[in-house]
Design a protein around this ligand. Structure first.
Ligand code: SF4
Ligand code: SF4
Length: 440
């Protein structure tokens, strides 16, 4: 075993261990959440994955910047194959271990080389848009200095990754002269800058810079909005397949409501137990969502997947008309709240810090500003569902705190008393037709 192999094995062990620690921390947070819909209809899910994740269909709705982002994404997919090869080379002391793939390998490394050059250009364009053009959707109360720093650090690290990849390829070509494994359409123009006696040094230095940056980046990602690099594909695959505007009924109250609306007589209700099993009709510990322990796993997953791109907020009619609501902020706050409360809850499920997601992080004014139009859900490139979470937080406000705008409270009272939103008895419903009947 060479010194390089031993050093790399130690490095891999330490950084994989750090990453495993983060994964365990996230798993402990997921364990605090509640169940959601079943993961079925796998074929449909694969279709959505192909279209939205691999095909970048939502991103491409904004053609220019969308294409740039999509090319970066596709480039990363190709370059990840090269990164896997580097890990194997580092462990086994080999060089270009996937070279046996022949023309396929040539295609992969050639496209990786081209993508690397393009990604450097794209990252500078993204930095320009963020810091010089100051695109509006990158601003907002939830877009803190940390958020902006996260983006800048991530883009800078990607630039380092791509420069070192090209440097490594150029060094490799300089070492191997006219007979390399694979084809490197960009790096071949860089070899003339490398003196033959420095070729090995250039290759090795860039190899280490590239692999160290990958693993440092991998460990930083879960603590930043760029965690979407890992999360977006699973999140898209696990999209809620029900129609976008359909809200889930709360099973625990469905029976009561049906009884009230006279769809069941009390004596019939138990026979319909298959629709509302006993355990589901029992009152839940909490109605709706008040804090992170009331979230479903999908709500929390959505928060980890949010790229903070602001596409949702930019189409939100409430936000556009000057209301406090920003759909992006809802998920930024969920992530923040889980980071604040999750560690305590993971140790003691009765832990409380005297705060709650609704009230201390997300205000009632934000929640009641939502029109449930679903424009945010439609626009989100990673299929995050804002509306079901907002509605569940509202349910908690209404059912546990009677906290709703006055107009809604009046309507709820009417429904309770009259079985309709109107302020008159159901017996009076046809009064409007009396005169018509008399005159006809
Ligand atoms: S559903 Fe609500 S949060 Fe989403 S865009 Fe419409 S108003 Fe905004
Ligand atoms: S919720 Fe979706 S659209 Fe909104 S900021 Fe996050 S990733 Fe972008």
């Amino acid at each position: 075993m060479t010194i390089k192999q031993i050093s790399f094995a130690v490095f891999l062990f330490v950084f994989s261990g750090l990453f495993a620690f983060t994964v365990f921390r996230l798993v402990s947070f997921f364990k605090l959440t509640k169940e959601s819909y079943p993961i079925n209809r796998i074929g449909e899910r694969l279709n959505i994955l192909l279209l939205v994740a691999f095909g970048q269909s939502k991103i491409l709705r904004r053609p220019a910047i969308g294409l740039m982002h999509a090319l970066v994404y596709w480039g990363f997919l190709v370059i990840t194959i090269g990164s896997t090869e580097m890990v194997l080379d580092g462990l086994f002391g080999s060089e270009r271990i996937f070279g046996f793939l022949g023309p396929i390998y040539t295609f992969i490394v050639a496209s990786g080389d081209l993508f690397a050059a393009f990604i450097i250009f794209a990252c500078f364009a993204f930095l320009f848009r963020r810091h010089i053009m100051k695109v509006k959707r990158f601003s907002g109360t939830e877009m803190t200095a940390k958020s902006s720093a996260d983006a800048t650090i991530a883009l800078s690290m990607i630039i380092i990754l791509m420069i070192s990849l090209l440097g490594m390829n150029a060094g490799y070509l300089a070492v191997h002269g006219p007979d390399p494994v694979g084809y490197y359409p960009v790096a071949k123009y860089l070899t003339s800058m490398i003196a033959p006696e420095n070729a090995h040094f250039v290759h090795e230095t860039n190899w280490w810079v590239h692999i160290v940056t990958i693993f440092v980046f991998m460990n930083i990602l879960p603590y930043s909005k760029h965690f979407h690099i890992f999360m977006s594909m699973p999140n898209v695959f696990l999209t809620d397949l029900k129609p976008m505007t359909q809200l889930d009924n709360m099973k625990s109250v469905t029976k009561e409501v049906k009884l009230m609306m006279s769809e069941w007589t009390p004596s019939e209700a138990p026979d319909n137990a298959s629709e509302t099993p006993a355990e589901e009709s029992a009152p839940p510990e909490r109605f709706g969502v008040k804090d992170v322990e009331d979230l479903t796993w999908k709500n929390y997953m959505d928060s980890l997947t949010c790229t903070e791109c602001g596409r949702c907020t930019s189409v939100c009619p409430a936000n556009i008309t000057g209301k406090l609501l920003s759909p992006r902020k809802i998920f930024v706050d969920v992530r923040k709240r889980m980071n604040d409360k999750g560690p305590g809850l993971a140790k003691d499920n009765a832990y409380t810090d005297g705060k709650a997601l609704v009230g201390d992080y997300i205000t009632t004014e934000e929640l009641w500003a939502c029109t449930t139009c679903n424009a945010c859900v439609q626009e989100c490139p990673v299929n995050i569902d804002h509306v079901s979470l907002i509605v569940n937080m509202r349910r908690n406000l209404v059912m546990e705190e009677s906290n709703a705008p006055t107009e809604l409270i009046q309507m709820f009272t009417n429904i309770e008393n009259n079985g309709s939103p109107w302020q008159f008895s159901p017996d009076d419903r046809m009064k409007w037709a009396t005169n018509i009947a008399k005159n006809s």
